[in-house]
Design a protein around this ligand. Sequence first.
Ligand code: FEO
Length: 388
Amino acid sequence: MSITQSVHYVGVNDRQIDLFEGLYAVKKGMAYNSYVILDEKVAVLDTVDRAFKTQWLDNVKKVLGERKPDYLIVQHMEPDHSANIVAFLEAYPNVKIVSSPKSFLMMQNYFGRDFLEHQMPVSDGDVLALGTHELTFFSAPMVHWPEVIVSYEKTEKLLFSADAFGKFGALDTQDDWACEARRYYFGIVGKYGVQVQNLLKKLANLEINAICPLHGPVLNENLEYYLNLYNVWSSYGVETDGVMIAYTSVYGNTKKAVELLERELKAQGCENVVLTDLARSDRSEAVEDAFRYGKIVFATTTYNGEIFPFMRDFMHDLTERNFQNRTVAFIENGSWAPMATKVMRGMLEKCKNLNYAQTTVKILSAVSEENRAQIQALAKELCQICKN
Ligand code: FEO
């Protein structure tokens, strides 16, 4: 597949994978992207997962023909992109490895050698001329690891963005970009919003015709849309006005309360209401929704003097990703010593800029008439915030 006349796609689709990074369910597989730039000099950008060594080397060979590559550019050392460095050097022993100094330290750890005779370390702003094409490198620490660089090709105005702007899913699947890119972003890079913002600032003055990430499709139209989403996500802004209700329920009483709240919210004109049973939902889908909407209701039971495990894990997922800038409300259920609201509030203590709803719903075992009134009041309060 050609991206332009001189730039070719040599990546692979992984249809065997069940959990990306051992954690994220990827029912539609995963793509590990790799690119070749043909000019007076030849550069290959990144390798792929170890399981695809032969297929990837064949893809590279098909594009190169009898030519030999001059450079292997390693933008990111996570093994889904770096696993075949040794195999590449065996196939092309004269190649130079262009990467950040930190990457060479990581190569020593992964491969037991740092490829000293092949090293071409680059720093922020360094340029590599290939002929007509010229790559400028930008460090992108913690997007997603500390050694990451991204590469901008100035003649064709291509941004090779490493993990940034990637998504879950093999390239031969059709799905909504934002949905799986958001789940990928908040799962993998969500903690590092400040660092993503720093990268966006570095890129702000570049003219970009296409973004070539290490996962997901090459983005070559409507780039403002993707850049804007990345700006919203990395600044922890609100992407969609609406309410997420995240809940756990042991015997159905908390569930009854959240379903009542959902109906009330809709009755009062709140269009986007997402109800998520944390015990029966994909964990990363729940996380992306928490960061997507502006308001969130946490509803759970007291459990072992704490809160229900699925809620505790969910809230931990949020706080470790710097959850902030949201309106928050609580529904608690407890039969003899209710603790849930206190525990949940404590878990959010260090989050920045949370606006707590005044109404809290306190269920003592089953939903009472008083609870119904509290739920109505909470719906009204949340809708009022929608309208303001
Ligand atoms: Fe796609 Fe951070 O590796």
